[in-house]
Design a protein around this ligand. Sequence first.
Ligand code: C2E
Ligand code: CA
Ligand code: CA
Ligand code: CA
Length: 278
Amino acid sequence: AKQLGRNNFQFYSDALQHQATRRVELERDLRAALTNEEFELHFQPQVRLHDDAVIGVEALVRWRHPERGLLSPARFIPLAEETGLIVPLGEWILRAACRQARTWRDAGLPPLRVAVNISARQFNDDQLPALIENLLREHELPADLLELELTETMLMTDVKTASITLNRLKALGIALALDDFGTGYSSLAQLKRFPLDMIKIDRSFVANITIDQNDDTIVQAIIKMAHNLGMTALAEGVETTEQEDALRTHGCDMVQGYLISKPLPATELEAWLSARHV
Ligand code: C2E
Ligand code: CA
Ligand code: CA
Ligand code: CA
């Protein structure tokens, strides 16, 4: 038994060692990736239900790792946040999104607003409004073509500071969306103090609206609340026409999800958009 115990210990410590090594490797690679421009943005369309128009896209980052292939954000965003690398990475993402929005505008497409996910570290950096202002100027981009997606936890940790930051961002003319709504702990009284344009209803509620009466009731309540606060309601993770029909019935303004399209590289999105209009 003693022998087994030792082997076990050896096993776990090897496993831990291996994990730590991979982490160090990943962190080293992440730094290099920023210099080597290994990141890319994919874009998922957002559709307005009443006229079926694509009025925006959400930018979602991917990492084209030289050995490990295309990595999803779940594989590297947490590490980027821990190490602080999310700040330069987040700046790269914002710049790439602005550049793309400007390119689409120049191409004469119907206006496409690009939504960018902002991490807590970025949001708490008091240079964020100045950075956005510079990027808009650098790209001569109308502010209403840029949207930032923020989460409840970011806003609720320090409501007073968050509200100041939001007002500075809003003053630039950009759009502000509350992401993953329903998964955090927002108080309604506080929500109405924030200058938000859109509430994105989390996919976990949308997934069950046609099966679970409770989720359907919650989704209806969120849509009503958004409208009462003068905000747009967008449902995330829409995968079936039944879900889309229910959302339309409930007066939801916009939808996003695999039913419409998965996130696509820019050129594929352009092809998808033009195929949609013929
Ligand atoms: P999120 O902001 O909630 O993004 C939506 C995620 O749901 C995306 O995953 C998208 O591909 C996926 N999705 C879209 N439609 C459907 C659907 O119909 N069904 C299902 N099951 N999933 C759907 P992705 O791209 O892997 O991103 C995961 C998370 O990583 C994002 O969640 C966001 O929190 C974070 N993330 C992605 N891009 C960025 C970024 O540029 N910056 C930061 N800070 N975080 C990012
Ligand atoms: Ca998002
Ligand atoms: Ca979301
Ligand atoms: Ca999320």
